[in-house]
Design a protein around this ligand. Structure first.
Ligand code: ITT
Length: 199
């Protein structure tokens, strides 16, 4: 089976993508299979820049078709922050918990009605023939206390009013059906299936 490399060292992202793309005639593998690849610096100013940097870097190093995912949590009250800095909101090597706690602190005292946010994922695809990208967005509310133990990152404080649950309170399969990454990868799956060879 032909391989596509998901240019991520985030195991949660990889698992979600493998599950969403499981019916494709390609095997989606992660950077864990290529331990010699150096850390990819996210020097871009936008999610698109960074997703392209990831996909291009891995394509150039490995020569297999590559997907890059850059995701940001954009909070309206904070003018779109943490956005492209979501992974390092509380500092360079911040853990998920540190970033989440910083966001809760920044929103301390802000009423629920003003805590609208969206997750946005840009997925870029690079092979010998083309560079393409797609985007997925999901809207929600940042609640003031973490709920649930599933998911990762900001999931425990990202609340979906229509489900009355956070992303951390639903199984991965359900998250994938409605999430930013799920929507972006669904668009990507259609694009790939219809128009592109992976060679
Ligand atoms: P790679 O760059 O190796 O893909 P990363 O974790 O650094 O992995 P990003 O640069 O896209 O990924 O950083 C986005 C951050 O946003 C990530 O570290 C999480 O904290 C958060 N995040 C991304 N997707 C998420 C999701 O589905 N649910 C909750 N938080 C998410």
């Amino acid at each position: 089976m032909d391989k596509i490399v998901f240019a991520t060292s985030n195991i949660n992202k990889l698992r979600e993508a493998q599950s969403i793309l499981k019916d494709l005639p390609y095997q989606v593998i992660g950077l864990d299979e290529f331990p010699n690849i150096p850390e990819i610096k996210e020097t871009g100013k936008t999610l698109l820049d960074n997703s392209l940097i990831k996909a291009r870097t891995v394509y150039n190093l490995i020569g297999l078709p590559s997907i890059g995912d850059d995701t940001g949590l954009e909070v309206e009250y904070l003018n779109g922050a943490p956005g492209v800095k979501s992974a390092r909101y509380a500092g360079g090597n911040a853990a998920y918990k540190d970033n989440l706690n910083k966001l809760l602190k920044d929103l301390d005292g802000v009423p629920l009605g003003k805590r609208k946010a969206q997750f946005r994922t840009v997925i870029s695809f690079v092979n010998a023939l083309t560079e393409q990208w797609v985007e997925g967005i999901v809207e929600g509310i940042i609640i003031d206390k973490p709920r649930g133990s599933g998911g990762f990152g900001y999931d425990p404080i990202f609340y979906l009013p229509e489900l009355k649950k956070t992303f951390a309170e639903i199984p991965m399969d359900e998250k994938n059906k409605i999430s930013h990454r799920g929507l972006a990868l669904e668009k990507f799956r259609i694009l790939l299936g219809k128009f592109y060879l992976t060679k």
